[in-house]
Design a protein around this ligand. Sequence first.
Ligand SMILES: [Zn+2]
Length: 496
Amino acid sequence: MDAPPPFAVHLVTGGASSPELALLLRSLAAARVVALDAEWKPRRRGPGGDAPNSPPPATAAAPPPPPAPQFPTVTLLQVACRGDGAGEGGAAAAAEVFVVDLLAVPLADLWESLRELFERPDVLKLGFRFKQDLVYLSATFAAALGRGAGFVRVEPFLDVTNVYYYLKGHDLQKRLPRETKSLATICDELLGVSLSKELQCSDWSCRPLSKGQIQYAASDAYYLLDIFDLFHQKIRIEGKCLPTNELTSDGHFAPRDIEDAICSDSYLASIVVKYSEKISLTESDTKPHSSRRKGKQKFDANAKCKEKFEGSTKWQGPPPWDLSSGGDGCPKFLCDVMIEGLAKHLRCVGIDAATPSSRKPEPRELLNQTYKERRILLTRDVKLLKYQYLASNQVYRVKSLLKHDQLAEVIDTFQLKISEDQLMSRCTKCNGRFIQKPLTLDEAIEASKGFQIIPSCLFNRNLEFWKCTDCNQLYWEGTQYHNAVQKFLSLCNISD
Ligand SMILES: [Zn+2]
């Protein structure tokens, strides 16, 4: 063997009461970045090969019936976690590396923690083409614990292939080369580390595992973290995507939660926001491909696609702000740039309607802002519906073309109850609220100095002024105001 790898491995073979499993669960709970890999028993076909997942042939009895196609059983899960400490200073916290023997650990003791880890928004998951691992892992848990015990998604997720291309100078927003590099090649090129090729294909269902197998398996996860560190450093050195300003140019809706969640490391937060993705398994991912006839499969896939697409234009609740799903009961929307007029109209009737933080937002930014602020994304762009990042109750395609109709459509679709005192209760410019008490003319003149000009014709008209608490814009009841109120009263079906 070569020089010993630069990490110690915890082999986890016990159940809930074992110290190794307890340590694994503690490390996962404290982790900010977790690298994942899985090994399964290789499937051999043809003479002499084992049928997938069949028990070892004990005697030369009658040939068993052909087994139903199944996914390989995952026998080993490798986890490398890094917790807090990889902060702005640069020094990375030590990694904890675990090799979890799924043939020995009761899967029921692991399932919940694993599922939570996969879905925790404050932990970045790293993997190398991990979707296949997830499919097999999900099938393995479902086979042991019942259908509901699969895994549905991993998010936020970062594929090390993308990191590799970034480090090689590719623009990740553009189309990446189609050639596929093996993890061994990536490790060799980026870290100068060579991973054993012969162990890669060893029998991962054999017990006991050799020391070499354990080290090899652990290194697959460990080096993912190492590669991520290079990426993290590069992002930091380049000072690129220094995120928070960029994201909050609006200044109004600071997306603090991801940042707070991922400790003080704003670079990590920005990596999550800018580069992470989501792996989600659909119904068809949970069925082995060989069980479907090719032609039918294609047809079904198309039909499903179409159905999904059309289905998603119909909005299905409850909305994210619904009290039943832990929301605050206050409707919140994010209007895509194409429908900014609708955003202003919604504000006029007192509805919280944000606009994108940047002028030409990437889909990812829109989706992130929607998700983080628990809004519903309103858009006319059908392309935005195809992203699975958002649940179907977080995006709605506005069908009407004119902003009056759009407002009526949104009020109707979301069953918004708008009362008269909500009208003109928000700043149409920035979506901010007004200060509680109207200003007198003198106060308004004072507040407007160097900022906004109050026409002198208003001076002797005994008007009330409101000031936006966010952008300081002043509003008053001009002639336009009463016309607008009338219009919105009828649009919102409020009878006075
Ligand atoms: Zn304002």
